[in-house]
Design a protein around this ligand. Structure first.
Ligand code: ZN
Length: 202
């Protein structure tokens, strides 16, 4: 068997060298895995500015007392079954300390919220059913990014909303939905599809 030095391997496989970031605390490990998985799945839709914003203000992984305290300060009540929450790209998300697979999945879910185009996010969450759909799309994307992650149990969050999201994705197309989610492209097409699916259901 031929042995390779990592530099040679990189040349042969075309795998890019990891970004020059240092790991300083244990929490940087799940954050780094989440970051790499997010970029492996959605990199072409994520602008360098968004990547930098998230890396400059890394998400906080907090024990339950600290997590609840932060939620209370932000005016978020009833964190009983909440694993994480986020507000915008500029602000770190708050993620409940759990086993590492769940931390990684929650970091990815919250970073997807942070990276959603703000107009898309405002548009889709303007109704209750839209808000549920938005959570379903976010969780569907989380599942794509954590696929094969050791210890991950799929389908534990937002199962109904995810099924709805999958119908929307089939209807409008995977690439089209990603463009809407990250860049607010094709809003008319996506809006029409969501309305159409809603009419078909009632
Ligand atoms: Zn969410």
């Amino acid at each position: 068997m031929t042995q390779h030095r990592s530099t040679e391997l990189r040349d042969e496989t075309g795998v890019r060298a990891p970004a020059n970031r240092t790991l300083e605390t244990l929490d940087d490990i799940p954050r780094e895995i989440a970051d790499r998985r997010l970029h492996a799945e959605f990199g072409e839709h994520i602008s360098p500015q968004k990547s930098e914003a998230i890396r400059d203000r890394p998400d906080r992984i907090e024990g339950s007392a600290e997590f609840q305290e932060a939620a209370k300060r932000a005016g978020i009540g009833g964190t009983g079954d909440v694993l994480g929450w986020s507000t915008d790209i500029e602000s770190p998300a708050h993620v409940l300390r759990q086993d590492m697979a769940k931390e990684i999945a929650t970091l990815i879910h919250e970073d997807l919220h942070r990276m959603t185009d703000p107009i898309t996010r405002a548009e889709i969450t303007s109704t209750d059913s839209g808000s549920r759909l938005y959570e379903g799309i976010t969780e569907m994307y989380t599942e794509k990014a954590v696929k094969g992650l050791h210890g991950h149990k799929p389908g534990e969050c937002y199962a109904d909303s995810m099924r709805h999201a999958e119908r929307v994705e089939q209807f409008v197309g995977d690439a089209e939905l990603r463009r809407y989610f990250f860049k607010h492209e094709l809003p008319e097409n996506i809006g029409r599809a969501i309305d159409q699916l809603r009419r078909d259901q009632t």
